[in-house]
Ligand binder design. Structure first.
Ligand code: GDP
Ligand code: ADP
Ligand code: 5GP
Length: 196
């Protein structure tokens, strides 16, 4: 049975476990990959062009917008970020799923661009106190923790726009939930391309 691939967007307040859950979902699975965004921000230590991001000058980024090469783009913290269209369309047609780490503005635009292909999953901790404990245990400094706790309120205000909410209390339960969501979405009648 041929199925069209799925765009899975994960969003979370920083520290809720998005990176850990994405990593576990992507590990040893050839049928799901992470979407590589383009950005005008400078590479951080260890980041490689074409692996973590496609690093672009503002002029090159603007040309990509003008040529319609983005499915969505947004300004985040004063820098431009965008999702290149071609790799996503190729993966979906080949039945491969794509995981997105984009902000809530990107999620809204992506849904509008691909209304039948996008599922949004919001990841959160049981409480804000739990979030703070995670940030402390990860080793974030006090100023970073204060900023992330304030940003968490904004993220949480958008959670109702997502199709699913996962509470990341026990990690293995949260991962099982995420896999179950993906599997059920893949099995939706609307995703079947051919078959009997
Ligand atoms: P799990 O529940 O996350 O372990 O994964 P599943 O049981 O949903 O699928 C097992 C593997 O097969 C995973 O790597 C999926 O990505 C892949 N897979 C499942 N269904 C399909 C399909 O219809 N087409 C393709 N190409 N891969 C699939
Ligand atoms: P994010 O990518 O959302 O910022 P991380 O994946 O970096 O979050 O997780 C934040 C911290 O919490 C990390 O130190 C991670 O190991 C830890 N963590 C993730 N999930 C759990 C969990 N279910 N229980 C306890 N700690 C967790
Ligand atoms: P960072 O610069 O730390 O890698 O990412 C900063 C922010 O930009 C994160 O909130 C991330 O989700 C968001 N982001 C990364 N890529 C994209 C993208 O292609 N589109 C949108 N809209 N946001 C993105």
């Amino acid at each position: 049975m041929n199925r069209r691939g799925l765009c899975l967007v994960l969003a979370a307040p920083s520290g809720a476990g998005k990176t850990s859950l994405s990593r576990a979902l992507l590990a040893n699975d050839g049928f799901i990959s992470l979407s590589i965004s383009a950005t005008t921000r400078a590479p951080r230590e260890g980041e490689q062009d074409g692996v973590h991001y496609y690093f672009k000058t503002p002029e090159a980024f603007a040309a990509m917008i003008a040529n319609g090469e983005f499915l969505e783009h947004a300004n985040v913290f004063g820098r431009a970020y965008g999702t290149p269209r071609a790799p996503v369309e190729a993966a979906l047609a080949a039945g491969r799923d794509i995981l997105f780490d984009i902000d809530w503005q990107g999620y809204r635009q992506l849904r509008a661009a691909l209304p039948d292909d996008v599922m949004g999953v919001f990841i959160r901790t049981p409480s804000l106190d739990d979030l703070r404990i995670r940030l402390i245990s990860r080793g974030d400094d006090d100023a970073t923790i204060a900023r992330r706790m304030a940003e968490a309120e904004t993220e949480l205000a958008h959670q109702s726009e997502f199709d699913f909410i996962i509470e990341n209390k026990d990690f293995d339960v949260a991962l099982t939930d995420l896999r179950a969501i993906r599997r059920a979405c893949r099995l939706m009648t609307s995703r079947v391309v051919t078959g009997q």
